[in-house]
Design a protein around this ligand. Structure first.
Ligand code: NOJ
Length: 519
């Protein structure tokens, strides 16, 4: 994996349906590899494709060694690895380690009786009294994190749905079984993992109540945040385990592990490390929530890059758990963010469809499928950012020949890959051009980032520099034109807006939300 890779998240259920059942599948992904190649993608990461009752759309796995029939077969998966590798595209899988599905045979055994050999594979505790759970922890999907089992009069832990019981990683047998799964797919040739919910893996062994969070904001945050997750989140055991998994992965060559951990920069700073050719990094989700203000972005970039040091930075604009970037900030700002993401160093993570500016779809209450939307509050539901990829103007946006599992966005006839490939000023062309510039020159590929500055609180600028090339990037965060005076004559290499390229200038008037690349 090179340090400036373009990583593309495929949400398999919604990417391309090859067999007309309304659900995306692995053969569908293979059909679209040429598109991804042409876009400039270096690696794809797939949300889970393993056997699952789909209570959490694949994040509830009942057999880690089988591909869910909805997605295809193990042969299809092996073909995907081969076809992707033939095109120089790496494949990362989703490693769901915190929990299995309640339908997993391990849990089926575990719940049989307190002396079952698999009892200790999950986290079982006594309640505090009749009907009272072991402590006050609440699950990410609402209600207590504990589910009562009347047959054995004990409670089991589930950080997410009750159908997603937490594995007990303190049990060496569990650890071994989970590392076997980890190596099984590395052995098949996958290039690494996106590692799900890693901060949830361990709990304090004395199971105390978590303190209340006085700063909880019910408008913006799910009820999980009503507590400060002192005893059931990011426990000290996580870091050594990540080191160990990195060590294991490194035996298979050049691999990338990228962990899903939402936490402070200080905590995340400890999670960058390498072992031989293998790298572990935590996702950087901060660009999804940063206030729209050039000064805030400048300060943030400085702090983040300091924390990352010599390791590989990464920047995420959306994923399957968060509202899409075009919905959060609108199309113009989404273009500017893409400009920023693709000119910054490190791995740029693109969520499928963001390259055509796909938006969150409106969804009537009776069509909500996501457990977060159903059980907690529809405001937090994640279906809206998981709508089918918009390929062309055919029915169902060319995603499927039949009604897809989630509705297609209403504007797909105007907003789709086919049309945007032909439209010079489309967001897709912006992505393609920036990715190709990024790959063609030394400065964007591996130049240092320096001189982060803000002019008039509106224009963020920085340089990318190697011994042989210096590029300057300027981004107008405001909805007004901005005049800028340059310190010398620069050549205009590329702009997000229609503007004459190749000419030299010492001053410029940037369009509202324009991004520009100068040499
Ligand atoms: C994080 C995943 O991104 C999310 O989609 C899922 O619901 C939870 N982990 C539980 O696995």
């Amino acid at each position: 994996m090179i340090d400036s890779s373009i990583m593309y998240q495929v949400y398999p259920l919604s990417f391309k349906d090859s067999n007309g059942d309304g659900h995306g599948d692995i053969l569908g992904i293979i059909e679209k590899l040429d598109y991804l190649k042409d876009l400039g993608v270096d690696a794809i990461w797939l949300s889970p494709v393993f056997k699952s009752p789909m209570k959490d759309f694949g994040y509830d796995i009942s057999d880690y060694y089988a591909i869910d029939p909805l997605f295809g077969t193990m042969e299809d998966f092996e073909k995907l690895i081969k076809e992707a590798h033939d095109r120089n595209i790496k494949v990362l899988l989703d490693y769901v380690a915190n929990h299995t599905s309640s339908e997993h045979p391990w849990f089926q055994e575990s719940k049989k009786s307190p002396d079952n050999t698999k009892r200790n594979w999950y986290v079982w505790r006594n309640g505090k009294g009749p009907g009272i759970p072991p402590n006050n922890w609440i699950s990410a999907f609402g209600g207590s994190s504990w589910e009562y089992d009347p047959a054995t009069d004990e409670w089991y832990l589930h950080d997410f749905l009750k159908e997603q019981p937490d594995l007990n990683w303190r049990n060496p047998e569990v650890k071994k079984a989970m590392i076997d799964i980890f190596t099984f797919y590395l052995d098949k040739g996958v290039d690494g993992y996106r590692m799900d919910a890693m901060a949830f893996l361990f709990e304090d062994e004395t199971y105390p109540d978590d303190p209340k969070n006085a700063h909880y904001n019910s408008q913006k945050e799910i009820p999980w945040y009503t507590l400060k997750r002192k005893y059931d989140f990011n426990q000290p055991e996580v870091l050594p385990l990540l080191h160990e998994l990195t060590e294991v992965a490194s035996r298979f060559g050049n691999k990338l592990l990228i962990s899903e951990i939402y936490d402070s920069l200080e905590t995340l700073g400890k999670l960058y490390f390498r072992k031989n050719d293998t790298t572990h990094i935590p996702f950087n989700f901060d660009l999804m929530t940063l206030e729209w203000n050039a000064d805030v972005f400048k300060n943030y970039l400085e702090s983040y890059l300091k924390v990352v040091g010599d390791n590989i930075p990464n920047f995420v604009l959306s994923n399957h758990d968060q509202p899409r970037v075009a919905t959060r900030v609108g199309q113009e700002k989404a273009r500017l963010l893409a400009f920023l993401q693709l000119t910054l160093p490190g791995i740029a993570v693109i969520y499928y469809g963001d390259e055509i500016g796909m938006k969150n779809i409106p969804l009537p209450a009776d069509q909500i499928k996501d457990p977060l939307g159903k059980l907690v509050d529809r405001r937090f539901g994640r279906d809206s950012e998981r709508s089918p990829m918009q390929w062309n103007t055919a029915s169902f946006a060319g995603f499927s020949s039949t009604q897809p599992w989630l509705p297609v966005e209403a504007d797909y006839k105007q907003r789709n890959v086919d049309i945007f490939l032909k439209k010079e000023d489309s967001i897709l062309q912006l992505y393609k051009n920036l990715i190709s510039l990024r790959k063609s020159g030394p400065a964007l590929l591996h130049g240092n980032l320096s001189s982060i500055e803000v002019q008039s609180h509106t224009v963020l600028s920085f340089q990318r520099k190697t011994d042989v090339e210096t590029l300057s990037i300027k981004l107008n965060f405001s909805n007004q034109p901005q005049k800028i005076i340059l310190d010398r004559a620069y050549k205009i290499l590329f702009s997000s807006h229609a503007r004459e390229k190749g000419i030299s200038t010492t001053n410029l008037e940037l369009y509202p939300y324009e991004g520009i690349l100068l040499k």
